[in-house]
Design a binder for this molecule. Structure first.
Ligand SMILES: [Zn+2]
Length: 322
């Protein structure tokens, strides 16, 4: 009799269950827990501690139009090859807390209480990681899109980090407060309204930074324009080690690192964003730097390798707490 591979597997698994069921008595069914653990992940960089805090994920309910220069079939094929759903795009949100020993620095804030039901756990995760909003010394923003800034101010107008110095790139702030409200794109106009909601009421401690400047001890801003005019990434350096927080040089890397020529709907200047993406991914692959994406799957860090005509984010090794 011919036995297929699948039948052979089922038969051997069945035999295993039969054998163990003779030894172990039946147990009472455990209740389904239903509640996930808090989503934060801590790692060391030199003498610094970096903690990734998740704010859940968003769901783009249709594929069409998300990548402006690829067909839905091409996008679906890339999703399927990575065992992802092919009828929607899932976009994770990850912020970073850097404890330099002298300053507690938050890079981007998540969506606060302004997001869909698959988000909104940021503060719970942040507190579970042992932090309090009033402990934050510096909040650095990579750019002023709502998924990065809404966490600065609650729906009711309350400032969430009242003691912190809020740092925004000069070009970025000028664009969103002067040019963007009159832009022809409805997406840009919508984003400008979010900026007005968060930054319109005067923030207590707002300062501006330029590319190349140190925004906190050991944290240097790097110009990565295109996604927005002042879009910035950050090099975090301590004890001879460097970690690159690359913000939105890609939207989800499972599409846009794999296909760096593809452009997401939200890139302000797709041509410039593409050039920046190529330049930065090439640099990250060559330098083998540790890297963290805002929109990669939690905990969103790893290394960049070249793969065909694109790149791949190789997940970092998960060090269990000891
Ligand atoms: Zn984003």
């Amino acid at each position: 009799m011919l036995i297929t591979r699948r039948q052979a597997l089922i038969t051997s698994v069945g035999a295993g269950i039969a054998a163990t069921s003779r030894i172990i008595p039946a147990q009472a069914a455990a209740p389904i827990a239903g509640v996930p653990g808090p989503a934060f992940y801590r790692s060391k960089l030199g003498s610094y501690e970096i903690t990734v805090i998740s704010d859940g994920y968003g769901v783009i309910p249709k594929i069409d139009g998300f990548v402006i220069n690829a067909t839905p079939e091409e996008v679906r094929a890339t999703l399927a090859a990575q065992f992802l759903p092919t009828d929607r795009i899932q976009v994770p949100f990850n912020t970073l807390v850097v404890n330099t020993g002298s300053k507690l620095v938050l890079i981007d804030t998540g969506i606060g209480d302004m997001g869909p039901p698959t988000t909104g756990t940021w503060m719970k995760n942040f507190r579970a990681a042992g932090f309090k909003p009033e402990d934050v010394d510096i909040v650095v923003l990579s750019h002023l899109h709502p998924d990065h800034i809404n966490g600065l101010r609650l729906k009711d107008g309350t400032e969430v980090f009242p003691e912190a110095e809020i740092k925004i790139n000069e070009t970025e702030l000028n664009y969103w407060t002067k040019d963007a409200p009159a832009a022809s794109s409805t997406i840009t106009q919508g984003y400008a309204k979010a900026v007005d909601r968060v930054l319109g009421p005067k923030l207590k401690h707002l300062t501006m930074y330029k590319w190349g400047e140190e925004v906190a001890p050991g944290i240097t801003s790097i110009g990565a324009p295109g996604h927005t005019p002042g879009h910035s990434m950050f090099a975090i350096a301590s004890g001879g080690a460097t970690f690159m927080a690359v913000s939105d040089i890609t939207n989800v890397p499972y599409l846009f690192a794999k296909h760096p020529d593809w452009s997401v709907l939200y890139d302000n200047d797709p041509v410039l964003a593409r050039a920046t993406r190529h330049k930065m991914l090439d640099m990250l692959a060559s330098e083998k730097a540790g890297v963290g994406f805002y929109h990669a799957s939690f905990p969103s860090f790893g290394s960049i390798e070249r793969e065909g005509s694109g790149y791949n984010l190789v997940p970092g090794f998960w060090k269990a707490p000891v």
